[in-house]
Design a protein around this ligand. Structure first.
Ligand SMILES: Cc1ncc(COP(=O)(O)O)c(C=O)c1O
Length: 431
């Protein structure tokens, strides 16, 4: 049947399947709001991008991009230049404080964190395997692991348990046990630390519990630390956990160190999703990194980005200043957004990391049973783009993720439209 349709549509049945899996936000990129050039456009406070530091980043890149002949070649191979990997090590040794200092042989540079995640699917799993992820989570993980490498995500349900607690770790164990009874093969736990969408960090004790669990079950632990340095001060949160890299623990006492892997990149902490520079770190598993290298020709970072980032990450005074300014701006924006939400009686959960506030718009529909899809419809009508809990496999309906890393005029316009949408809903149901 699929073959017949495929023949008619001039693509293979595989192509046909892929053609239905287009990212859902491209229409937003085509019609982005701008107060002067496109006032009728869509206000985008949904896509996880950090627009707060663009001037500083442009300043650095425009003054440091100097193309050398090396950049016009295959360079040092397909996994990042030697210089880039040295700079990544220098930078991450300062900020992640790994228990065993990083060296270039411990990593491959990738075209963004997405590529690093897909490498995990290709080289740690077989087709049909499962990776455990706790809800809510960024469901693009499913796309990255599944679309080409055919690896599945198995949701871990928390049923009201705090996702950052030790009870949550136990729920991973239970999910694992139930799955293997059904004949599923679980290869790894994927932890998003700091967490997207909840915007919180895991405590050192909980990180150790995850490592211990992976040790007991003899599975991999992949820690996606893409938001590691975007942790800000939130004075209203009591003693919030700070970021701690999983690399900073003596892993050998907790799990098989060959099965511990970390992902980081420039996309979020440096507000540069377009540079497409990420890295996959695996300090004790050369075979895994070799497998990743073997497929690196398919997507490796451009030499221009490689070159610029190598310079940037080696420049301590620039990166120190950039990170602290980014944190201060995120903190201020968090304060601004949450104060405005509170003024309008919209509940949210506290956060101190990544770029997000997790907001309960469902609470504004006053028990009228509005689904996430209903709320999304009225938000679309007001031309404001935020992502709903559906995008994060949320267990509770009504939750939406707002990205706070935008200039205030963008946030204010987006919030105004959200409030307008909720008001519209209220007047519609009370008619
Ligand atoms: C947790 C997480 N991992 C990976 C990615 C992909 O990042 P990149 O743009 O570096 O591929 C994202 C992007 O939103 C993310 O939120």
């Amino acid at each position: 049947m699929a073959e017949n349709i495929a023949a008619q549509s001039a693509v293979s049945s595989r192509g046909l399947g892929l053609s239905t899996k287009m990212p859902a936000f491209f229409h937003v990129l085509e019609d982005q709001w701008d107060p002067t050039s496109n006032p009728q456009g869509i206000v985008n406070i949904g896509l996880a991008e950090n627009a707060l530091m663009q001037e500083e980043m442009k300043g650095f890149l425009n003054s440091h991009l100097n193309v050398e002949s090396h950049a016009l070649t295959y360079g040092d191979g397909f996994s990042g230049s030697k210089r880039l990997r040295e700079s990544l090590c220098h930078f991450l040794n300062r900020h992640f404080q790994p228990h065993v200092p990083l060296s270039p042989s411990h990593m491959v540079a990738t075209a963004g964190a997405s590529n690093a995640l897909e490498c995990c699917a290709w080289a740690l799993c077989d087709p049909g395997d499962y990776i455990l992820i706790g809800r809510p989570y960024w469901t693009t993980f499913r796309t990255l692991l599944g679309n080409r490498a055919s690896v599945n995500v198995l949701d871990v349900n928390f049923d009201g348990v705090d996702p950052f607690s030790s009870d949550a770790v136990e729920l991973y164990r239970e999910t694992y046990m139930q799955a293997i009874k059904k004949g599923k093969k679980i290869t790894a736990i994927l932890l998003c630390s700091p967490n997207n969408p909840l915007g919180r960090c895991y405590s050192p004790e909980i990180l150790c519990s995850y490592m211990r669990l992976c040790g007991e079950l003899d599975i991999h632990l992949v820690s996606d630390e893409l938001y590691a340095l975007s942790v800000w001060e939130n004075p209203t949160m009591e003693d919030p956990d700070q970021f701690k890299s999983i690399l900073s623990f003596p892993s050998e006492s907790l799990m098989n160190p060959q099965k511990l892997h970390v992902i980081w990149g420039m996309s979020k902490d440096f507000g540069a999703t377009g540079l497409r520079i990420g890295c996959l770190i695996s300090q004790f598993n050369t075979r895994f990194l070799n497998a990743c290298e073997s497929i690196s020709l398919f997507s490796f970072p451009s030499s221009l980005a490689d070159n610029a980032v190598a310079k940037l990450l080696a420049d301590d005074s620039f990166t120190d200043h950039f990170i602290s300014l980014n944190r201060a701006r995120l903190s201020e924006n968090y304060r601004h957004v949450t104060t405005t939400l509170s003024d309008h009686g919209i509940p949210y959960t506290q956060s101190n990391a990544a770029l997000f506030v997790w907001v309960n718009l469902g609470a504004m529909t006053k028990g009228h049973g509005a689904t996430d899809a209903d709320i999304l419809e009225i938000l679309n009508r007001e031309k404001v783009y935020v992502t709903s809990g559906l995008t994060y496999a949320s267990e509770q309906p009504g939750w939406f993720r707002i990205v706070i890393a935008h200039p205030k005029h963008v946030l204010d316009e987006g919030l105004k439209r959200i409030f307008g949408a909720m008001l519209y809903y209220e007047t519609r149901i009370t008619k």
